[in-house]
Design a binder for this molecule. Structure first.
Ligand code: SAH
Length: 371
């Protein structure tokens, strides 16, 4: 890992965003208020547990008041919470300080709790099967709001979150600086303390940012949303492919592997009649094998059947189609996992709850819930 200085976090409504600060930056803030440096060591762990300044009883009262007045409160609040009766998956709708809503999903596995977090309010990537992008991007999430999803979920469920997946609403690499700062914050040993190896980041393929991420040499897992074996098919469902076609995407992945040594996962959403035939599987195996020949990179494909989003016109195939697809990949030496569908009864696919809530509030009816 490289030592580096991060660009300062954005201010929020003209105020300091204390929850976005690393301990050494917090120390600078406190020194500027005439306080001793060690206060940062007291405050950082408490902020990471979601405590407001007003409740930090180990601080002098006037300091609590000063911090409360001069710092923004960006911790997300639970607006709605749905618990799956099938598998215990919890879907959170969080309300942010400016009223915007985002989603996080807590998934319970034998090896621990995994939290899927959002990186932006909305998304501007335009993938045609995705609910998150329908209204475009509203804004980026601040580092504190990325971290805040983990803190708020942990507070609410009373359990440790051991893994993070950046697979919720938004494109994490389109909010690069804030996401990188978040990774440092959430990893910090005095704070939430989640190891980089327990964090994965999913991208639709912002190639220059993949190189930038590799340059940081953080051992997180990169997940590539691939969804098609050819440029023609991929461009028809993912506009980003017109900007950065497969050859460029794979070159960036090779660089990521060469720099970090971390295995790369490929996400593949099966859309009935569009990319889910056995010949698509063969084409996928061929293109991956060709792209990574001689690199030694372990490849892994995660298969999931598309969650139908109203208006997208894309439909979900049957279980046999995904099994046949996985088998065809396996025959060609590509390891594939068919994703279990968690939280099927709580609208757990990204962007769907936020959309349904926005529609409720504007009085529109929507027949969603097929996640
Ligand atoms: N922008 C990032 C992360 C958010 S989307 C990315 O593109 O990777 C998380 C994953 O869910 C991506 O693989 C995305 O392509 C997939 N996805 C989005 N909508 C979906 C849907 N309706 N059904 C199945 N997968 C979907």
């Amino acid at each position: 890992m490289k030592e580096m200085t991060l660009p300062p976090p954005p201010r929020v409504d003209g105020k300091t965003d204390a929850l976005s600060l690393l301990p050494e930056e917090l120390a600078e803030l406190l020194m500027s208020l005439g306080q001793p440096k060690y206060r940062a060591k007291q405050i950082f762990p408490l902020l990471s547990r979601g405590l407001p300044f007003s409740e930090m009883s180990n601080l002098p009262k006037d300091l609590r008041r000063t911090l409360e007045k001069s710092c923004a409160d960006t911790l997300p609040r639970v607006e709605k919470k749905l618990v799956s009766a099938i598998d215990g998956t919890v879907k959170y709708l969080f309300r942010l300080h400016d009223g915007a809503c985002i989603e996080s999903v807590l998934m319970r596995y034998e090896h621990g709790n995994s939290l899927c977090i959002s990186s932006q309010v909305g998304c501007r990537m335009g993938c045609r099967f995705c609910a998150s992008t329908i209204g475009g991007k509203v804004r980026d999430l601040y580092p504190s709001e990325l971290l805040g999803q983990v803190i708020a979920a942990r507070l609410d469920c009373g359990e440790r979150v051991s893994n993070i997946v950046m697979m919720g609403i938004g494109e994490p690499l389109d909010n690069f600086d804030n996401v990188v700062r978040f990774l440092h914050l959430v990893n910090h040993e005095d704070g939430v303390c989640i190891g980089y190896r327990h964090i994965s980041l999913s991208t639709c393929g912002l190639v220059p940012r993949i190189y930038d991420l590799a340059g940081l040499d953080l051992p997180i897992t990169l997940s590539i949303s691939l969804h098609a074996p050819t440029d023609e098919q991929r461009s028809s469902i993912m506009p980003i492919n017109r900007r950065y076609p497969l050859a460029e995407l794979f070159a960036a992945c090779r660089d990521y592997y060469a720099t970090t040594g971390r295995r790369i996962s490929f996400e593949y959403t099966l859309i009935s009649g569009k990319n889910d035939s056995v010949s698509d599987a063969a084409a996928l195996a061929d293109c991956l094998t060709r792209a990574f020949r001689g690199t030694g990179a372990p490849l892994h494909v995660n298969l999931i059947r598309v969650n139908e989003v109203d208006g997208s016109g894309f439909s979900r195939g049957d279980r046999e189609s995904v099994n046949a697809f996985a088998e065809a990949l396996g025959k060609r030496g590509i390891v594939a996992t068919v994703r279990r569908r968690l939280g099927a009864d709580v609208n757990a696919a990204c962007g769907q709850l936020r959309r349904a809530t926005a529609a409720e509030q504007t009085g529109k009816t929507e027949s969603e819930g097929k996640a």
